[in-house]
Design a protein. Sequence first.
Length: 104
Amino acid sequence: MPDLFLTPPIAFLIYFALVGVFSRVCRSWAFKGKKTPLKSSTYASGEASPTCEAAPGYRPFFVVALFFAFLHLGVLMLGSSDFSWTSVAYLVGLIMSLLALILG
């Protein structure tokens, strides 16, 4: 019977119920403030918020995502292989592809 509570569906339901009860209790204790335009405005250290995007488009994101995908999958492949000339060649190829990705 104790193992039944450790199964993921039952544990999730217990956790969900506990979080719901905790949320309701804490919401009743929370301070009720007045809504003002200042509370819903963006905080930027006392300065006006920027009106243009910092990096328009998704290209910078995809470059960083590809870099980490290459790096993590490459290290996973190298970590699961033995030390041989094939793994050295793979490492050199990984380094060159990362340099090409960084230098653009």
